[in-house]
Write a protein that binds this ligand. Sequence first.
Ligand code: TXA
Ligand code: MG
Length: 346
Amino acid sequence: MKTKYWSVDKNVENEKNYPQIHEAAMLLRDGEAIAFPTETVYGLGADATSDAAVAKIFEAKGRPSDNPLIVHIASQSQLEKLVSDVPPIARILMEHFWPGPLTLIFPKRDGVSAKVTAGLDTVAVRMPDHDIALALIAAADVPVAAPSANRSGRPSPTLASHVQEDLEGKIAGIVDGGATGVGVESTVLDCTGAVPVILRPGGVTKEQLEEVIGPVLVDPGLESHVEKPKSPGMKYTHYAPKAPLVIADGSTSFVQALIDEARQEGLKVGVLTTAEQKGSYKADQIIICGKREDLSTVAAGLYEALRSFDSTDVDVIYSEAFPQIGIGIAVMNRLVKAAGHQVIKE
Ligand code: TXA
Ligand code: MG
């Protein structure tokens, strides 16, 4: 399949001036899978009301069919067709955080495709805070199911070129809106029970949620290795670069000692570090990911940093660990998964 490519200015003031968005929207309506930017990562969208369209997402990504998709909407009126109930807490959250990187789990309405929900009786919905995404969904005039636009298991795409690397020839089109902002995916929050539960940490932090709605729980499945985390996607290996990744949780001298040990064994070693600490290492590849003093910059650069090791010849990658506060929780969640839970503590 030939993948169409449209480049669109991020500041879409009047989407009617953008024939590219209109063309992409018509392909979406026609049941094609189209990649587009959001404020978190690029999504691979398809008409959520069409089983055949949704099947193209799973096919292109190589995604297991038991992993449900997030439905993206551009207006509150689209929500009513998807959900059977809006809990009061969800209303408050939507007012505060939509559009934005918060996905809410609702009881689903009859008729929402089981392909989208992977057979669950709930549906995940979010309104992205990105002019191009909103314009595209509005122009298509259908709810858009969209996982991250990477091959399953690869780091999520934060640039259109990442989507091309993974999906060129497998999807009908890519809308290039430049770099996404947040860099890690949305927070997934289940508010169908008495107390809201974070199923996946992401762009909206626990602290931000609690400021608005009070105490929030974290799915115990995120910490331990339970069989069945409530967010099915959290059980798969994810976000991984091609070389094995190990998190070295300790001082720079501890990280350097691990690097030295591997190099003595004849391995080529990469290190994932930050602006502040880059000068502390001697390794075969040093990749800088944001600034430690501002963890949102680490989030923004994380997937690109992981991908960039793939164009090097390193045999193993050591990454620094990050403080588990604010957005650092989402960063460490992704990093630990990318490392297949290989963490060495000082
Ligand atoms: O920021 C994001 O959320 C990006 C952009 C493209 O919007 N999308 C994204 O989608 O990260 P994906 O498919 O890579 O991750 C969706 C996550 C998975 O962990 C999935 O299991 C979970 O949401 N999920 C979807 N529907 C669910 C449901 N009904 N109940 C629990 N978890 C659900
Ligand atoms: Mg994903």
